[in-house]
Design a protein around this ligand. Structure first.
Ligand SMILES: [Zn+2]
Length: 112
């Protein structure tokens, strides 16, 4: 296994899951994981049973996501239709015109 095969992994610490833990996290039967291990991202140390990091699980989720055409249309819609932005604008305006806080709250605001 070369390093480039783990490029989907963004783990900063090792917190691998065994078959049972991975199946529990995915809410699937452990037998399905075992039966399909050859087609799934996983980590293998010689003869040890395979283990999974959470990035492996995310990739497995992506591989098995069912996306109906109508859902894909919504996802691919222009940004203005899919995610209107007025809320963002009004939030900025309300922060700009808001009155300064007093006491401890004021110091907390100043630090951010
Ligand atoms: Zn990872």
């Amino acid at each position: 296994m070369t390093a480039w095969t783990r490029r989907h992994c963004v783990c900063t610490e090792v917190r691998n899951l065994d078959y049972e833990e991975a199946a529990a996290a995915l809410k699937i039967k452990v037998d399905w994981l075992r039966d399909n291990i050859g087609k799934l991202p996983h980590i293998k140390f010689g003869q040890q049973p395979a283990v999974f990091c959470h990035c492996d699980l995310r990739l497995i989720l992506a591989m098995h996501t069912a996306m109906p055409a109508q859902a894909l249309e919504v996802l691919n819609a222009p940004a203005e239709e899919a995610a209107p932005t007025p809320a963002e604008t009004s939030t900025v305006r309300s922060l700009a015109t808001s009155r300064p806080a007093k006491g401890r709250a004021r110091r907390a605001v100043a630090q951010t």
